[in-house]
Design a protein around this ligand. Structure first.
Ligand code: CTP
Ligand code: MG
Length: 175
């Protein structure tokens, strides 16, 4: 039982940079959009007004900071050293934000407006994060039950946190 709790804790700690980099732009984002207001050849915005330069940068920095604090406090088994774990936090944060941006690009191409619900939203940034962290992590990370945990938790948690952000007035739509 204790072993299982420890494993769950480790999986949660691994996700800290992903969830922090995803949430921080809601608070620290705003200002100049990443696509500078430009349109794609389909006539729709490349990314839309929900993706800003400050949000992108704050997400990477915040995720790295949060993951850095984890790295000095708890050595995760998915990395062979604390240094690699910190490097992993950088890659996870970058992957999350690139994936978040890619998700918006996809949404715009499908004609889904800014902030509108799009189920793969939650999956895209997680897939990017897990691909980005590959150079820093060891293969134990990609064991099937770890992946099942990451995807299940994220798909359940993402709409929930968005709803909470809406309730406390951080976001004006509940998703
Ligand atoms: N945000 C930001 N810059 C980013 C990502 C997010 O400023 N690179 C801020 C925006 O205020 C955004 C909010 O965080 O509205 C929530 O992020 P998200 O849900 O990813 O964006 P959506 O508004 O849903 O836009 P989209 O439809 O493009 O995903
Ligand atoms: Mg959204």
């Amino acid at each position: 039982m204790e072993k299982i709790l420890e494993q769950v804790l480790e999986l949660l700690l691994f996700l800290v940079p992903v969830y922090f980099s995803n949430a921080i732009p809601v608070i620290l984002g705003g200002g100049k959009p990443l696509d500078f207001g430009r349109k794609f050849k389909d006539g729709k915005r490349i990314l839309g007004p929900g993706k800003t330069i400050s949000g992108f940068a704050a997400g990477i920095l915040g995720g790295t900071l949060a993951g850095g604090i984890v790295a000095i406090s708890y050595k995760l088994p998915f990395f062979d050293s604390s240094m690699l774990q910190f490097f992993g936090a950088v890659l996870l944060s970058m992957g999350t934000m690139v994936g978040d941006t890619a998700g918006s690009f996809l949404k715009r191409r499908f004609g889904i407006g800014r902030g509108k619900r799009f189920f793969p939203d939650s999956l895209v940034f997680l897939i990017f994060a897990l691909v980005f962290v590959f150079p820093a992590a060891n293969q134990t990370l990609y064991e099937i039950w770890n992946l099942v945990f990451f995807f299940t938790l994220t798909v359940l948690l993402h709409p929930l946190t968005n709803a909470v952000a809406n309730r406390i007035g951080l976001k004006n739509v509940p998703w």
